[in-house]
Design a protein. Structure first.
Ligand SMILES: [Zn+2]
Ligand SMILES: [Zn+2]
Length: 216
């Protein structure tokens, strides 16, 4: 029995990556050119798209444009893909095809198809397969987080710090939140419940604790 280097599950076959991780890595690789293209709209210069004089400047949304420039630049997506291809070719004893000019997009497509062609060998015979697959996963995550940020989870309204005191006399102090749809505040740390009828008292305790903190 061997273990997949990426998901660490036991696998029936020999090799370094399980079938699921091979498939996922292939999909991530195939998506890289589209991710690369998907970053472009985020680079629109502020107010640059023909709004005309006097119109309000339109700022590119988060995140920082530099991150996107890095990812789209020679060292970003294309650099990572080409570097891995170079290492794989070297380890297989193949000649490394030098990128023949062309735009970054063309180079990225070439590197991706080279990596895909090597995937069967990588999964079965390459001890660095796990590191490679993890790096590709990280790369696609960082681009995806820019293009389609995960929706913010509603963590509820922040109430204050938990005033519960454990038997040893230590103040809990964890952040209390009223979760959406909940009627009582429950401390996720010490599990103390604060139903609405004690909220007045809760507020008083918190103010006391707050004062104590400032005095300390
Ligand atoms: Zn796996
Ligand atoms: Zn607590």
């Amino acid at each position: 029995m061997t273990q997949c280097q990426l998901c660490e599950q036991q696998m029936d076959d020999d090799g370094y990556l399980c079938r699921g991780c091979v498939k996922a890595t292939r999909v991530r690789l195939e998506c890289l050119p589209d991710l690369y293209a998907g970053l472009l709209p985020f680079l629109a210069p502020p107010g640059g798209n023909g709004g005309g004089r006097g119109s309000k400047p339109v700022y590119a949304p988060l995140p920082v444009v530099e991150d996107i420039l890095d990812l789209r630049g020679p060292g970003g997506l294309v650099g990572t893909a080409e570097q891995w291809l170079t290492v794989i070719c070297r380890d297989r004893g193949h000649t490394v095809a030098t990128p023949d000019g062309g735009g970054i997009e063309a180079r990225l497509r070439a590197a991706v198809s080279g990596l895909l062609a090597n995937m069967p060998w990588v999964a079965v015979s390459w001890p660095d397969a796990g590191e490679f697959a993890a790096d590709i996963r990280e790369l696609s995550r960082s681009v995806t987080s820019i293009i389609a940020p995960a929706p913010a989870v509603d963590r509820g309204r922040r109430i204050g710090h938990c005033p519960a005191i454990d038997p040893s006399g230590t103040l809990c102090g964890a952040v209390l939140r009223l979760l959406p749809g909940e009627k009582a505040v429950r401390c996720e740390w010490c599990d103390t419940r604060y139903p609405p009828y004690v909220w007045g008292q809760l507020k008083a305790w918190m103010t006391e604790d707050e004062k104590a903190r400032h005095a300390a």
